[in-house]
Design a protein around this ligand. Structure first.
Ligand code: NAD
Length: 258
């Protein structure tokens, strides 16, 4: 299955022979909360900690935030602590390595945890924003999360407006630039790796469909089947993202010497 990618890797070592190039030229990864589970950040729909306490549907809408920012900030503060104490796992690192090797064009992520950048990925399209910045809902002033005290909640701007993390809540639009860039990447890739997403959050879940319509092969990596598996994915690789991606990398470059 990885022949196209491997051939491209081989061609780099082999460029002088001028052979024809049947290799896959553009690979894009779309990631969701599942890729960060092995870093200790629970996803929304898995059976883990944070979301048993906080129903995401009750806490993740812009209406909920506007109506009761103190309540929603209690959840955000807990999630923020988890994110701050987490490290990239092998799945994040493999994607960074593939990019370094010239084999991956970009990572489009629905995550807000900054772990792709921490792993070394350079071209990360943040579809749902990033939790490192806070924005004043009144005057739009931006703050680094680190410089803002989270006591008392909700944190406030010097203008007394409520600060909101620079992430997309349900009911808010996707940042225009990220949306356009992600659609462009999806529509122009030849292979899309769809990793650790339940593919139920729109419009992110449209990206594999856009890619497939444009002729790309869709390779899905997940612990369980999703709504993409039967209709959209060409390949479904069942298992934890770190194991599957490390195996993919080993297939491309050969396993590490022991
Ligand atoms: P989701 O919770 O709906 O789905 C996660 C998917 O990952 C599930 O299909 C699950 O089976 C799979 N998964 C879990 N562990 C895995 C592993 N080790 N390897 C491979 N797959 C695994 O998440 P979503 O589809 O990304 O949508 C939820 C929304 O909430 C997104 O906007 C997301 O960014 C946000 N969110 C982000 C974070 C984060 O930034 N880390 C965490 C929770 C939620």
């Amino acid at each position: 299955m990885w022949n196209g990618i491997r051939r491209r890797g081989e061609r780099r070592a082999d460029q002088k022979n001028g052979s024809s190039d049947p290799a896959i030229k553009k690979v894009v990864a779309l990631t969701g909360a599942g890729i960060s589970v092995e870093s200790g950040i629970p996803d929304f729909r898995g059976p883990s900690g944070l979301w048993e306490k906080f129903d995401p549907m009750e806490y993740a809408t812009i209406e909920a935030f506007t109506a009761n920012p103190k309540k929603v900030w209690a959840m955000l503060r807990e999630m923020g602590e988890l994110v701050e104490n987490s490290q990239p796992n092998p799945a994040h690192r493999v994607l960074a390595r593939l990019e370094q090797m010239g084999l991956l064009s970009s990572v489009v992520t629905q995550n807000i945890d900054n772990l792709h950048q921490a792993a070394g990925s350079k071209r990360v399209i943040e579809f749902h924003g990033n939790s490192k910045k806070l924005i004043c809902m009144n005057c739009n002033r931006s703050y680094d999360r680190q410089e803002v005290k989270l006591e008392p909640l909700p944190p406030r701007c010097t203008c007394r407006g409520v600060l909101k993390p620079n992430v997309v809540f349900f009911g808010e639009p996707i940042p225009w630039g990220a949306h356009m860039e992600a659609r462009e990447e999806a529509g122009s890739c030849e292979l899309m790796l769809v990793i650790g997403t339940s593919a139920v959050v729109s419009p992110a879940c449209d990206l594999p469909v856009i890619a497939k319509r444009a002729g790309a092969t869709i390779v899905e990596v997940n612990l369980e089947e999703t709504q993409l598996t039967r209709c959209t994915s060409h390949w479904f690789l069942k298992g934890p993202a770190s194991l599957i991606l490390q195996t993919l990398l080993d297939e491309i470059v050969g396993p590490k010497p022991t």
